[in-house]
Design a binder for this molecule. Structure first.
Ligand SMILES: Cc1cc2nc3c(=O)[nH]c(=O)nc-3n(C[C@H](O)[C@H](O)[C@H](O)COP(=O)(O)OP(=O)(O)OC[C@H]3O[C@@H](n4cnc5c(N)ncnc54)[C@H](O)[C@@H]3O)c2cc1C
Length: 410
């Protein structure tokens, strides 16, 4: 077996967080961070926000300056793909055929976009997952062009907000009855539908794709509702798949995500995993979760690093996420699935609302919260969620009560 050395596959939010934390935990051996993308690791969320709009450059969204990696003796192997893991030999094989030994391995392989087979043959089809994807898309944007976005999840909607501001003619097609169906409740969906419609986006829900017509480029999308939409460019945002192929081929337990325990350890004692690619037990909710968020990637990676360095720490952070669309700053915490009532604070019906918070509860227990331009409510709710609190509906609703007061009873 190799000298004490850590190999991390995937150089994004989870991989970078893990590498830096491992050093902080006192790891003295080598740390090698392998990433197939050639760019210095960067923040991924701006890809559908400030980077797409041009407000930020690639340098402006770097996760860390190159010097941070040098100062921490983290060897960056960018533009390199790991193609196989040999758990028995404790080694990783790279695309160039070289072998890299490890004493501990971390898989931070993230996710890849779900592709739409009907769209594959056309040249004007775009996905938004990497900086290279966005550079390619940005080169095609111009006022007046017709952008058709397939999928009204967060990424499709954020792209819609940017493109309509750049005066493209934007249409969003969504198969489900409402936008964001997978991730939020009907009140927030209806509010955001109104916001997008007011901004000039044409939204069509309950609309599947029947066919795409065109030559080199896609020209028309034919929908199951009988509509035919002309397009100059097509953006597909229909979700992601956890990148588990290496793990599965190495014989690790995989179940819609690399299965890890609460210590971020896989079914192999020397292999940890963190971020989008994992499925972990949630101590807070008592279910197994696969999350797609920066919070999960960085926090779970820190736990993995501590445990790789010999500690025994459990991952039990409250999940949270954000999305920016126009002036809407959405912050969400917790997992809303299974809720049976919603308490509304503020006005969630007016697209011009100054802000509101939606508290999803099961009986009296708070499960999750969606906050629109309500940072105080968000911060306090995260603490309530951590406590497993049962805040009183009347005080959540009552705007004269400061959010901080909710904590006094717990
Ligand atoms: C456009 C966009 C907007 C988003 N907005 C938000 C937001 O507002 N808020 C939020 O919380 N989250 C947001 N997310 C989600 C968030 O970015 C992800 O949850 C986060 O990036 C996960 O980090 P990760 O390190 O686990 O995986 P990833 O960021 O997917 O990184 C995995 C890395 O591993 C590399 N890799 C994979 N396999 C190999 C291999 N075999 N060899 C070498 N390298 C490999 C990949 O190329 C990639 O660089 C957004 C995501 C996107 C795409």
């Amino acid at each position: 077996m190799a000298e004490k050395s850590c190999v991390i596959i995937g150089a994004s939010h989870a991989g970078v967080s893990l590498a830096l934390q491992l050093r902080k935990e006192g790891w003295t051996g080598a740390i090698r961070l392998i990433g197939v993308e050639p760019e210095l690791p960067y923040h991924r969320p701006p890809l559908s926000k400030d980077f797409l709009s041009g407000a930020k450059t690639l340098d402006g969204i770097a996760l860390r300056p190159r010097k941070s990696f040098e100062d921490n003796a983290i060897e960056l192997l960018l533009g390199h793909e790991a193609v196989a893991i040999n758990p028995a030999a404790h080694s990783v094989q790279l695309q160039d055929g070289s072998e890299m030994p490890y004493s501990q391995l971390a898989l931070c392989t993230g996710s890849r976009v779900r592709r739409l087979p009907e769209a594959e043959r056309f040249a004007n089809v775009f996905y938004i997952r990497t900086a290279a994807d966005v550079a390619r898309l940005s080169a095609q944007l111009a006022p007046g062009k017709r952008a058709l976005i397939i999928g009204a999840g967060y990424i499709g909607l954020e792209a819609a907000a940017v493109l309509v501001k750049q005066q493209l003619d934007v249409t969003v097609l969504e198969m489900a009855d409402r936008i964001l169906q997978r991730v939020t409740g009907p009140i927030l969906s209806a509010y955001l539908e109104a916001v997008h419609t007011a901004a000039g986006v044409h939204l069509h829900t309950a609309t599947g794709i029947k066919a795409i017509e065109g030559g080199t480029n896609a020209e028309y999308v034919i929908c199951t509702d009988g509509n035919r939409h002309a397009a100059d460019l097509l953006i597909i945002g229909i979700g992601i798949e956890p990148e588990t192929r290496l793990a599965a081929a190495a014989g690790l337990e995989v179940e819609q995500g690399i299965v890890v325990d609460s210590h971020a350890r896989t079914s192999d004692l020397c292999i940890f995993a963190a971020g989008d690619c994992t499925r972990h037990p949630s101590l807070l909710y008592g279910i197994s979760l696969r999350l797609e968020s920066v919070q999960n990637a960085t926090d779970q990676a820190r736990v993995a690093a501590a445990n790789m360095a010999g500690k025994a720490i459990q991952y039990d952070a409250v999940p949270w996420f954000w999305s920016d669309q126009y002036t809407v700053k959405l912050q969400t915490a917790g997992i809303h699935s299974g809720y049976d009532n919603v308490v509304v604070r503020g006005d969630a019906t007016d697209p011009a609302s100054a802000g509101f918070a939606l508290f999803y509860r099961l009986g009296e227990r708070l499960l999750a919260v969606d906050c629109v331009n309500r940072p105080k409510e968000f911060m306090v709710s995260k603490q309530l969620l951590k406590l497993g609190a049962q805040p009183v509906a009347a005080s959540l609703r009552d705007e004269s009560q400061e959010p901080a007061s909710w904590l006094q009873t717990f």
